[in-house]
Design a protein around this ligand. Structure first.
Ligand code: AMP
Length: 426
């Protein structure tokens, strides 16, 4: 029979798996990131939410803005069987705000600290650090207008980077001001950009009327040169917006979070108001942003809720994984690999249970031919292997093989004796 043709994953979508050839797709790296993120965010009082991966298309059109790259070009939208237009979520904030409004949390308790993790979908051209299904870990702090909330998020992110061993990270902050500041700035900016119209790329020319702030974001060299000479939004800010931003910066300074102000940082989504920030690193090349976020005080109201201030961030897991993997894939093999021969399975399961109940060690139990099991034990990176055959069943003693030191020690087949050896050896 001819072999069936195999089916490949959709372009730009990855399999995260144990022992992946590309280290940043290795399960061990991902688990390290998710564990660190959960531990840090939970310790700040953020609670996990699990939200749908599919939402009504209108949510993103209204939330993110039809003029943004994400909504205009990158969404995976489709009609379901009832002819409703649905979209695979391209980001997490719109869904979080939808849920906040839908469950009337402004009345229950307006202050919510939420965190989430999961896949996002954007039809971008895949390259290193940019995929069509990618994962984000994010948080939303709803209900607090005070600049301390913005600073707290950045402080939390700084802690998370430290925990992941990421120290070569630049913290870039800016503010896009409140509604009045933006209105004033748009006029000033439009005026300036209008005078440099011929130097701008076609998309920026089009943005001039609809959303001139987007031009600050353009990566093309000629537009960048124009933007370098553009007026600074700080000069167009209302005193209240300026005060808010100054306090965020003062808090970061007091907390010794090294940051740089980047007047160009407006971010690619329409919902930002006030503080915007990004953490970047040169280690990632062209896709240098590890995470981005900011304040979005209008979004809850725009999506039908009561006016509610909010600030949030989203980090790209693949990008974190590229950085973490560069420092080495964590060793995650079992501490002990039990190799039972026929008839010794129950002894193996019970011994394994006794050791697992201590809570510190991983035990994997094999099955099948001796040679095959030993080979697999080696491949998992296990610290110890122990064969359980007929002799061991009768004598209740066995030979514990240290796979790293290739030494052998005789032990009683009791969980306590095995635990003793595991605790003693590195
Ligand atoms: P954004 O939602 O566009 O503000 O992106 C937040 C973070 O998600 C970025 O800083 C990246 O780390 C990550 N990210 C965004 N788009 C992609 C993508 N297509 N592939 C991988 N990571 C992405």
């Amino acid at each position: 029979m001819a072999e069936a043709k195999s089916i490949q994953a959709v372009k730009g979508m990855n399999d995260i798996r144990p022992g992946a050839t590309e280290a940043f797709l290795d399960t061990a790296v991902w688990q390290k990131i998710f564990a660190a993120a959960a531990a840090v965010m939970e310790s700040f009082g953020f609670r996990r939410v699990w939200l749908p991966v599919v939402e009504p298309t209108a949510l993103f059109q209204r939330g993110i803005g039809t003029d943004t790259d994400i909504v205009a070009k990158e969404m995976y939208s489709f009609s379901d069987r009832g002819e409703r237009s649905l979209t695979l979520r391209p980001e997490g904030t719109a869904g979080a705000v939808r849920a906040y409004v839908e469950h009337n949390l402004a009345r229950v308790d307006p202050i919510q600290r939420w965190w989430y993790a999961g896949p996002m979908f954007r039809a971008e051209s895949p390259q290193k650090g940019r995929y069509r299904q990618f994962y984000q870990i994010g948080a939303e702090l709803l209900g607090i207008a005070d600049p301390a909330a913005d600073a707290e998020l950045l402080w939390m992110l700084w802690q998370l980077c430290g925990r992941l061993g990421l120290f070569e990270v630049a913290v870039r902050v800016n503010s896009v001001g409140d509604n009045d500041s933006r209105k004033a700035y748009r006029a000033v900016l439009r005026d300036y950009l209008g005078r440099h119209m011929t130097e701008l790329c076609e998309s920026c020319k089009a943005r001039l009327d609809t959303n001139p702030l987007r031009v600050l974001d353009c990566k093309r060299a000629p537009c960048r040169t124009v933007v370098d000479g553009a007026p600074d939004i700080l000069d167009a800010m209302t005193p209240a917006a300026r005060q808010h931003f100054d306090k965020v910066l003062a808090l970061l300074q007091a907390l010794k979070v090294p940051f740089e102000r980047d007047p160009r940082l407006v971010r690619g989504l329409d919902y930002y108001t006030g503080t915007t920030f990004e953490l970047t690193t040169r280690a990632l090349g062209a896709q240098d942003a590890i995470l981005g976020g900011g304040r979005y005080d209008n979004l809850v109201e725009e999506l039908g809720g009561m006016p509610t201030p909010a600030v949030g961030f989203a980090a790209g897991v693949e990008r974190l994984a590229l950085l973490v993997a560069a420092a080495g894939v964590p060793a995650v093999g079992p501490d002990l690999y039990l190799v039972p021969m026929a008839g010794a399975e129950v002894l193996a399961f019970l011994l394994a249970d006794g050791i697992r109940s201590d809570g510190r060690y991983k035990v994997e139990v094999g099955a099948g031919r001796l040679k095959q099991q030993m080979k697999h034990a080696d491949r998992t990176g296990a610290r110890f292997a122990l064969v359980l055959g007929e002799d061991e069943l009768t004598s209740r003693r066995g030979k514990l093989k240290n796979l790293r030191a290739t030494s052998v020690e005789e032990v009683a087949l009791e969980p306590s004796a095995l635990l003793g050896v595991l605790a003693r050896s590195p």
